[in-house]
Design a protein around this ligand. Structure first.
Ligand code: FAD
Ligand code: 2HG
Ligand code: ZN
Length: 471
């Protein structure tokens, strides 16, 4: 095989990484998946991406697209055979244009999400996608996983924020689909097929994204609550009281925030006394298009009534941007605090909001019967019905003992999710982590249609094989 010299000739030797330089691309950020690759290539333009794909198609070499490598499901990690080429989009990082009259911007896939947000803000607009990995993840990765995050309640998933795509197909052709149209009913929606396909159908090289007005004022509050049921009731009131101004509603178990402040002692809960030991907390954000006073007034009316009715036991309203950031920082530190507790078993699930508290009660009880002492780490985007229903080892267990049980834990939790009408992947995708679990819940027809789409768009099966579907 003479692929490597051909790649070096195409891209220059400096953009074909092997050995130590390739190592960071061969392991996922949680250290759960380790793979091998022929090399990691870093093309610098869409045309170069297309040329690399054509070479791989000629040599039948699998391609693993890589963005910021923050996948929760091992999506960007190659398998152990060493046959695949990792294709990093990092050098496709230009903001191509911002059109404020059309409220759109066109960016390349390797742009870091934070850079996209900044470019929008500099143009006086909001690009609302927001997640704790925003300093490392790329917009191409966000589109490929249809990422969610903390603003979905108001603005939708990444899918809802994309109007057009530029894609390199599995045969190395370039689909120029960068349309900035809010209405376009001209046949099958190829854009929506590529979004969320986790690099298994083609490589996204650029996207035209929707922009929104920047809010005039924002109010953030942290609420102490006795139960998840109460959190759901407050969510319902907040939706009714704030309408589209409610931009975030997160929920967290008290013990989870305890772990955050223990690991990061510079962070503090905005409560004292009993409220600092509450079983549950919610983080609420209101974005207002009128004024800070208007926002504050609406906030106090809804929260005041919830406190009076006993749904909220205490509320801390941020009085400055710094206080608001500190509250969000607590929430966003949870994944790192969880990693600090050792290896855990993650479930990124969605459940109809009305059934969330029943789901948690029944699943907690079933887990305790089968895996006594297992620790619950429950938090997430309650406003979207999306919980991160994670578990850590029992205190008398080792990490290895928990990991030996992880498939039994998945099955118990995912069966319960299914029984409650939910989904086993709300926002993180399938990758290699949930590929086999997927076959337990999707109908035979759904799986067959998915395989037919894969076969039609990637007949040689070279695009990220073994992710989402069996290779
Ligand atoms: P990667 O991890 O590099 O890749 C992800 C998948 O997309 C892989 O299958 C890869 O092959 C494919 N891919 C990457 N780029 C392309 C491309 N240009 N074309 C085709 N395929 C491509 N996710 C959420 O949804 N919500 C959250 O709130 C959230 N919070 C997180 C917090 C932390 C601390 C961390 C570490 C992760 C979090 N994630 C969250 C998960 C992760 O950040 C998202 O899945 C993100 O969208 C991945 O982007 P990435 O650029 O890192 O993609
Ligand atoms: C979040 O919402 C992310 O913080 C990560 O989706 C969830 O670590 C997790 O399980
Ligand atoms: Zn999340």
């Amino acid at each position: 095989m003479n692929l490597l010299p051909e790649l070096e000739k195409l891209l220059g030797a400096a953009q074909v990484l092997t050995g130590e330089a390739a190592a960071p691309f061969l392991v996922d950020w949680r250290g759960r998946y380790k793979g091998q690759a022929l090399a990691v290539v870093r093309p610098g333009s869409t045309e170069e991406v297309a040329a690399v794909v054509r070479l791989c198609a000629k040599h039948q070499v699998p391609i693993v697209p890589s963005g910021g490598n923050t996948s929760m499901c091992g999506g960007a990690t190659p398998d152990e055979t060493g046959r695949a080429l990792v294709l990093s989009l990092a050098r496709l990082n230009r903001v191509r244009s911002v059109d404020t009259d059309n409220d759109t911007m066109t960016v390349e896939a390797g742009c870091i999400l934070q850079a996209v947000q900044t470019a929008a803000r500099e143009a006086g607009r909001l690009f609302p996608l927001s997640l704790a990995a925003e300093g490392s993840c790329t917009i191409g990765g966000n589109l490929s996983t249809n990422a969610g995050g903390t603003q979905v309640l108001r603005y939708g998933n990444t899918r809802e924020l994309a109007l057009g795509l530029e894609v390199v197909t599995a045969e190395g052709e370039i689909w120029h689909g960068l349309r900035g149209l809010r209405k376009d009913n001209t046949g099958y929606d190829l854009r929506d097929l590529f979004i969320g396909s986790e690099g298994t159908l083609g490589i996204i090289t650029a996207a035209t994204l929707k922009l929104y007005p920047l809010p005039v004022a924002q109010c953030t509050a942290m609420l102490a609550l006795n139960s998840l049921e109460d959190a759901t009731a407050v969510l319902s009131r907040a939706r009714a009281g704030f309408g589209a101004s409610l931009t975030g509603f997160e929920v967290m178990m008290g013990t989870v925030l305890e772990a955050v402040v223990k690991l990061f002692p510079q962070q503090r809960l905005p409560f004292e006394g009993a409220s600092a030991k509450s079983p549950w907390y919610a983080l609420l954000e209101l974005s207002d298009s009128e004024s800070a006073e208007h926002a504050q007034g609406r906030f106090e009316a809804v929260l005041g009534a919830a406190i009076e009715d006993g749904l909220v036991t205490d509320a801390a309203i941020a009085e400055s941007i710094a206080q608001s950031r500190a509250m969000w920082h607590l929430r966003e530190s949870i994944p790192l605090a969880e990693a600090g507790l050792g290896k855990s078993v993650k479930h990124d699930v969605s459940i109809p909001i009305s059934l969330i508290s029943t789901f948690v009660k029944t699943t907690n009880a079933a887990l305790q019967v089968k895996f006594p002492g297992i620790q619950h780490i429950v938090f997430g985007h309650l406003g979207d019905g999306n919980l991160h229903y994670n578990v850590a080892r029992a205190l008398d267990q080792t990490e290895e003992q928990l990991l030996a049980q992880q498939y039994d834990v998945y099955q118990l939790v995912h069966d319960s999710v299914h029984a409650h009408g939910g989904s086993i992947s709300a926002e993180h995708g399938v990758g290699q982590l949930k590929r086999d679990e997927l076959t337990r819940y999707k109908s035979a027809l759904e799986l067959t249609l998915m395989k037919q789409i894969k076969q039609a768009l990637d007949p040689q099966g070279i695009m990220n094989p073994g992710k989402v579907l069996q290779a």
